[in-house]
Each structure stands twice: as C-alpha cells, then as structure tokens.
Design a protein around this ligand. Sequence first.
Ligand code: ISJ
Length: 241
Amino acid sequence: MSKIKISAVAYTNTKAFIYGLKHSDILNKIDLSLDIPSDCAAKVISGEVDMGLMPVAAIPLVPNANIVADYCIGSDGAVNSVFIFSDVPVEEIKTLRLDSHSRTSNNLAKVLLKFYWKQEVEFTADPAAKTDAMVLIGDRTFGKKDDFAFAYDMGQEWKNFTGLPFIYAAWVANKEISQEFKAEFNAALKFGLAHRKEVLQDLPQTENFDLEDYLYNKLQFEVTEDRKKALNMFLEYIEQL
Ligand SMILES: C=C(O[C@@H]1C=C(C(=O)O)C=C[C@H]1O)C(=O)O
C-alpha cells in the first residue's frame, strides 16, 4: 500500500500532534513533511500531498476538500501567537504588512479590519515595506508582545467580534481517506494531546512566554460545532473582502 503523504505545520502549536503520530504505528503508513503554513496549503492545493494540517482560509482552493480529523489548531479567545503588532492604535492603522507564512491570519486581519474595526487599510506582502502595523504568527511571535506599542491578539478580537471560538488550521484531505485510516489518525492525535507534558519537556525555554499555558489553555485542539460555525462564518467574510 502506498503511503499517505501529509504536510503539517512546523510550529510549536503542532508538536503534540507530531508526538502522537511518531508514537503510533501510523508512522509507517504516512510520509510526513513539516512546513510553514502557507507551504502546507500550497501542497494540499496542488496535490503534492494527500492531506495536511493546513490554514483554513485556503480550504476553498482545495479540490474535493474534506476535514478528516476531529482535531485542529484553534482557540477560544486569545491564542497568544496570532497578532497584529502595531505602532498605532487600530483606528489609526493605514498600512499593514502581511505574514508570508500565513494564509488564515492574513485573511483574519483583513476581515477584522474591514468588518469589525471598519478601517480602510492598504495591505502589502513586501517584507521590506515600512508600515504602521504587521501580521505575525507562530513561534516568531513568542515573547514579542511587549516590543510593540499595540499588540492585538486576533483570537481574542475574533471572539469580541463574533462571540465564537476560532479555527486556524484543520486536517484537510484532497481525496477520499478511508474510515480505518481516519480512526487510527485521530487516535494518534489524541495520544499526542494526552502527552503534552512530555512535549513540553522537550521544548526549549522561551523568554517572556508561558509554553505550558500556550499548549494547555490558549491553544484548543477540538473541532467543535462552534468552531465549524466560526469556520463557515470566516469563509463567508473572506468572500466579501
Ligand atoms: C495559532 C496559529 O495558527 C496557525 C495560523 C495559520 C495561518 O495564519 O495561516 C496556519 C496554521 C496555524 O499554525 C499560529 O501559527 O500561531
């Protein structure tokens, strides 16, 4: 049987899932690559891999997209790794630099600025551009919150806007995946989440950042009904951008 090709996010938020996959027999049935989120999306879209933990904003671009696991990268309010960092308060943001690693959070910033804060903002993907504010996600944000005049946690801002939790990345396949494989995959992810203590022990200490709080409280990993509702709402907002 040929192996199922999988791309997963290379950030700390995915370490428990990777721990689960590596401590399960499923490891022999998959071909796993770890990538930045925008590359996960590109690989699932192009068919280079069969499934990936990919930014949900890219789901509409995936042929035959289907969510194949009960777990995700989510939050209910603040997530502490998805930010708009800004020199000015949000009402004064005129220009914003997007994060080349991101697909979901770049769109979340656009949705929040347009529909929640009602700001007209010019966006750029040029990493050298000088702007009022920028989107930054993942491990590169750890401990950076106090370096900026304003730090907007977009998980929290989405909750303020909609009252809902959020889902940043989901396990999405571009083809039919067997029930048997899905069950084994879910069990491996669940095992990893149950062993976050071991995962924490292996992580390098990070200054000004509470990794335990991040892995146990800020990040939430279940695909709940409210999170699905948030996903549909988010994708509808993206269509109206
Ligand atoms: C919570 C996070 O969620 C992520 C944000 C993503 C995005 O913005 O496209 C994609 C995958 C997740 O890693 C994070 O990276 O900090």
